[in-house]
Design a protein around this ligand. Structure first.
Ligand code: 3MF
Ligand code: MG
Length: 344
């Protein structure tokens, strides 16, 4: 029943509201203070970028990094929280300007691989076995600047490197078709699933499906989830919402298109998502207009909407749905779903 789901988000989901055109509009909140908010908001899992856990990690040696990560692990434990995953932040350092694993510069590619190993050390110290790879800068603005076949081979090589470095870790690729790049090399779930089979251990490579990223690719989030589930590769999700083909909005789950959100919940609930320990992960941002004191509502609201949609998905007249499918009366099926979503 509703309530069996465990929810997670990343500390970047409580943020100051800066966008590419304007500065921060809310005061920063320290990581320790953010951690204290999780349980109150109904969350049990923390998603990390490597440097969310270990700031300035590029200036530290491996021992220092692990020591710091272990301290963060203690902090998590004291709050009753668990680390869900760690993702390498491979899009800010000057060495990643032209890409990380697919940079045209060999020393930059080496940096990206080494940073990925340190990221795995951090994951290990935080007690999680899940890595998320958002391949932010693995793409091009100008097609001729890189070789797309070589790029795929480089990404596979980097993943193999991580798989070999730690045999316990599973890797969830988070596809996104564009932003910041004009074209990304792993734009959709299908690409991520396909690439997993080029790696040395396909069973340990899956996907993190983000609603907004799927919509930006012009696809349907619930169908992408079904695709990943069919391959047993839905390692985690980044639920949010998105109003059409524009910048990545990271809106509250279900706030733009309730039926699309309903269908994501429907497929996750139908196939017992969460039974193998998966978290219901969110990647939502407060609107820039939101005032300081109320800038976490997007998190609590997304969770509430998810749980209410679980109830709605379960309380549908399933017999009637089956009957209408058998009769091929999809107009009536359409109406039944809309009526149910409207509480009729
Ligand atoms: C970008 C994203 C990222 C990733 C995060 C974890 C900032 O569109 O969605 O969020 O989810 O970096 O990999
Ligand atoms: Mg995301």
């Amino acid at each position: 029943m509703a309530g069996k789901y465990r929810f997670s988000f990343g500390p970047w989901n409580i943020h100051e509201g800066a966008d590419p055109f304007g500065p921060a509009v809310r005061r920063p909140i320290t990581f320790a203070k953010k951690l204290k908010m999780y349980k109150k908001l109904g969350f049990d899992g923390v998603q990390f970028h490597d440097d969310d856990a270990v700031p300035n990690m590029d200036e530290l040696n491996t021992n220092q990094i692990v020591r710091k990560a272990k301290q963060v692990c203690k902090l998590l434990e004291s709050e009753g929280l668990a680390a869900e995953f760690v993702a390498p932040r491979l899009w800010e350092d000057p060495r990643t300007i032209d890409g990380a694993y697919t940079s045209n510069d060999a020393t930059s590619r080496t940096y990206a691989k080494e940073r990925s190993r340190r990221m795995i050390d951090i994951a290990d110290a935080l007690g999680t076995k899940l890595i998320v790879l958002w391949l932010a800068r693995e793409g091009t603005y100008v097609r001729e600047a890189k070789d797309s076949k070589v790029a795929v081979e480089q990404i596979v090589g980097a993943i193999n490197d991580m798989l070999a470095y730690n045999s316990q870790m599973k890797i969830a690729i988070e596809p996104k078709p564009n932003e910041p790049m004009d074209q990304a090399y792993i734009p959709t779930t299908g690409h991520a699933v396909a690439i997993s089979y080029l790696t040395d251990d396909p069973g340990r490579v899956g996907v993190n499906i983000e609603t907004a990223h799927v919509i930006l690719a012009g696809l349907d989030p619930s169908d992408e989830m079904g695709f990943a589930l069919a391959y047993d590769k839905l390692f985690t999700v980044h639920l949010n919402d998105q109003n059409g083909l524009k910048f990545d909005e990271d809106r509250t789950f279900g706030a733009i298109n309730l039926r699309r959100a309903f269908n994501q919940v429907r497929v996750l609930d139908a196939y017992d998502y969460g039974k193998k320990g998966e978290f219901v992960g969110l990647d939502v941002k407060a609107m820039r207009t939101q005032k300081q004191q109320v800038a976490t509502k997007h998190l609590a609201n997304s969770r509430t909407i998810f749980l209410r949609l679980v109830e709605i998905a379960r309380s549908i007249d399933h017999k009637q749905v089956k009957k209408l499918i058998a009769q091929r009366d999809y107009e009536e099926l359409d109406m039944l779903i809309i009526n149910h979503l409207m509480g009729k």
